[in-house]
Design a protein around this ligand. Sequence first.
Ligand SMILES: C[S@@+](CC[C@H](N)C(=O)[O-])C[C@H]1O[C@@H](n2cnc3c(N)ncnc32)[C@H](O)[C@@H]1O
Length: 358
Amino acid sequence: MKRIAIWGGADLGRLVVKQIRAYFKEWEIVSLMDKNPDLQGVKILEYFVASPEEALSNEKEADILIICSSNYYKEIGAEAIEKYKFPEDKILFVKTSWPTGLQMHPAIRQENIHFMPLSKNLEYIKSVIAELKTSEGVLNSIGIKYGTDKASIMIMESGIRLTHDYLRHYDRLLQNIRHERKTICELGCGNGASLKMWKEYFTQAQIIGVDINTKAKAFEEERVEVICGNSTDDTTISELRKRGKFYLIIDDASHAWGDMRVSFEKLWDLLESGGIYILEDCFCGAQGSFAQYPPIVYDSQSIFDYVLSRAKIMNFCKDWNPEYNHYHFNLLPEKVKQIERELDSITIIYGACIIHKR
Ligand SMILES: C[S@@+](CC[C@H](N)C(=O)[O-])C[C@H]1O[C@@H](n2cnc3c(N)ncnc32)[C@H](O)[C@@H]1O
């Protein structure tokens, strides 16, 4: 259990308190402080704001100090070091990726927050993170270790980034088959981080990665194979077909909604009965194009609309509603009709859709 002191009781401090409680369950917030006398004594999310004198010189000694001020973190850091003798390498400051004034916008999510070390030395903070137990599941710990952004945090040379936080959901779904001889496929295997994670988590499975970038071939190892190609192309799909059926298919490739739909419809047949198909980073299709990816082709139907139409028809197409059947189900392309018949459930989490096949 690490003890955290937070300096900054305004919007950013409040947000950080919430994020610490959500992402760092082994961290205990021992004090919240602010120099502004108007905030001192005010209760924010069950913590009374103290003055820095009180908070940093009392017996509740903190292991880490997090400074929550976009503009004055250097001055606050200098004061904490000089006046309160707080060790520099145990101080983090918060860097945000939104314009000031938007801190409390309800749409702001974890990805906008970075915890940066004040000193160049990240070693202490790294050792603290390494101690984090697996309260969010073993898959998340493995994901953090290899640096995939599917995990809750990513530790970089520059600091700590809060990331997508999908793995605690996946762990619940996948722990029963961890040691089975399944085949799984990830579209967009990138720099190999997630391939390494899957290999360690699934102790027996065959892991097939697909990437448009031929450099991904370098991440092949025992039980891990990489097919180079566009995940929407028939040639890539035929290669995958030769590997048999997959228990799990994750689409972390271009994130363009059109591409996601094409791959999903082409690969549905390759998903085994009872299997899981995951569409990741669904929010990307709504943003500007990614410089590192092929240009995104925009489409009027978002991936959410697409998935929700599947859910809608799955629930409305009953024999007792022949009219609905006729106008909606019967007009669907054959491929989509088949998907509808075999769909078991659709779960939408922040950023991703998890689809089960019957
Ligand atoms: C977000 S990265 C993948 C990260 C990786 N899955 C991880 O978690 O560590 C996306 C990858 O998808 C690849 N990619 C983009 N468009 C693609 C496409 N149409 N087909 C296959 N791969 C694609 C990119 O080359 C990139 O390596």
